[in-house]
Design a protein around this ligand. Structure first.
Ligand SMILES: [Zn+2]
Length: 271
């Protein structure tokens, strides 16, 4: 016997005053866990490379120059250190795309997204200091350069957040009734319609579909922010709903406000 209770469909209603919350699926959690393990493993290996470089430097007499061969070997080890750091950070950032941090805890949010920068300092600063103590200035300068370059490459310049994921999922549901979007392997936008003109003109033949979170997880070129929704699709959806430009903006602002902590302004205006 079917339920006699009144069933009200809530998705797309947009009348809920509760905070929208993004919760990753079990699969996304598992993927994130896998990529975090890869990232941590590579970071550990980067520190091992650093320790090897430090052992060589530690044995050196500050008053006697290293041989050219030893110097080249040192620089090669530091290069390995750099590559391990950057690839480790790539895995780490990918993991965060599957399982983003919440902005509610600003400190945790910062460290989870920028952990690669912290590791860059750990993986290079000690060797920089030791190289200068041992008067191996060229090696020290190169290590310092690698630390800065590795740190910049390891930083997440558009860090994903649970709040942004939830905002966009809410907005897409508001427009389409379901969180189902389309994208390509390397395109920087996601789309509401699979026959969007921009999807057609894309050089890639393959189209991916899924939730907004799925697309973020599988394409790092899509920035986790409202502007990543294709504007042509957005206009088309608004038109189909009979919305004015103003109503569209209101729906967008409402979706954003659902997920921002009370009284906090969106600070991500720097591009
Ligand atoms: Zn589109």
């Amino acid at each position: 016997m079917a339920t006699t209770k009144k069933v009200t469909k809530v998705s797309g209603g947009g009348t809920s005053s509760q905070k929208a919350k993004f919760v990753p699926t079990a699969e996304a959690k598992a993927e994130a866990c896998k990529f975090r393990k890869y990232g941590i493993l590579l970071w550990v290996l980067a520190v091992v490379a650093e320790i090897i470089a430090m052992v060589i430097l530690f044995k050196k007499n500050p008053e006697i120059d290293l041989s050219t061969g030893a110097r080249i070997a040192l620089i090669a080890i530091l290069l390995v250190d750099l590559i391990l750091l950057i690839v480790g950070s790539m895995f780490w950032k990918k993991a965060n795309r599957f399982d983003p941090a919440s902005k509610e805890n600003a400190l945790k949010f910062f460290f989870q997204n920028q952990m690669g920068v912290v590791v860059a300092v750990i993986a290079f600063l000690p060797v920089v200091i030791l190289a200068f103590i041992k008067k191996e200035y060229l090696v020290g300068a190169i290590a310092a350069l690698f630390m800065v370059g590795g740190g910049l490459a390891s930083a997440d310049w558009s860090p994903p957040s649970q709040e942004e994921y939830a905002a966009q999922s809410t907005f897409v549901q508001e427009l389409m009734g379901a969180d189902h979007v389309y994208g390509t392997k390397s395109g920087s936008k996601y789309h509401l319609y699979d026959d969007c003109q921009y999807l057609k003109s894309d050089r890639t033949a393959e189209i991916f579909e899924g939730t907004v979170a799925d697309l973020y997880a599988n394409n790092s070129k899509i920035k986790p922010e409202m502007s990543s929704l294709c504007s042509a699709c957005e206009k088309r959806a608004a038109k189909e709903k009979g919305w004015t430009e103003e109503q569209l903006q209101q729906a967008k602002e409402k979706a954003q406000s659902l997920v921002l902590p009370q009284g906090e302004e969106d600070t991500e205006t720097d591009e």
